[in-house]
Design a binder for this molecule. Sequence first.
Ligand SMILES: C[S@@+](CC[C@H](N)C(=O)[O-])C[C@H]1O[C@@H](n2cnc3c(N)ncnc32)[C@H](O)[C@@H]1O
Length: 234
Amino acid sequence: MLSVADIILEHPFMYRALHTITGLRKLHARLISDVLRRYDDPTKLRVLDLGCGPGDTLNLIGDNAGYTGIDVNAKYVAMASRKSPRTASFLVGDVTKLDPAQFQEFDLIIAFGLIHHLGDTDADALLSAASRMLKPTGCVISLDGCRRDGTSPVVRWILDHDRGRHIRKEHEYLTMFSRYLHIETIFTDSSVMHIPYSILSIVGRPECRQPVETRPSTLADVSDRMTMTATMRE
Ligand SMILES: C[S@@+](CC[C@H](N)C(=O)[O-])C[C@H]1O[C@@H](n2cnc3c(N)ncnc32)[C@H](O)[C@@H]1O
């Protein structure tokens, strides 16, 4: 059953306002700017934004990138499409049912606020498909609320009232990702936000399926180790 919050947030304007008020928009900007540093020419990337919502992440990528956003919510997609540049396209659809053959060769796949909306089977299907939709040099970046021992009652309350019903513990997200992607970095610092919150952002590459070896605390910590080179879009 939909809660009052669900009904209010269905409206794209309310959704955007909440992102600004909570500082989630700032966190997105920080994560995208970190991940874009890995590419030689971020303006030429092919980007797939899964669960794109009203398409706000596009503003952080730049108008020249080839951008495809997909969301199951037609209202969000309609709003996203309104002001989108020619290089962007928005589709209504269920991202757990994508055919990887039709979505190929992406440099960057974004899944912000998505995985915690998906049960284990759907999340597995999504990550498996994502690993096959990337260029060998590409990466996936996710961001989700995360349950941790010792978080304050306020954070627990916020997580308990999220629209996504599958907020997981850190090791659960990591186990799920490492089945399909090599986990390059994780990021857990939500201090740019204006509310107390607990997050996990993961950057994964389609290189090999090996268990997590290192767990640096910021994306910047390991940016030197990244050797990804973006391929210019034809
Ligand atoms: C928390 S919002 C995040 C939106 C956007 N990524 C952002 O960060 O602003 C989660 C989004 O995932 C979408 N979503 C949830 N399950 C989905 C599915 N199976 N297929 C496509 N979109 C989905 C919702 O409609 C919603 O727009």
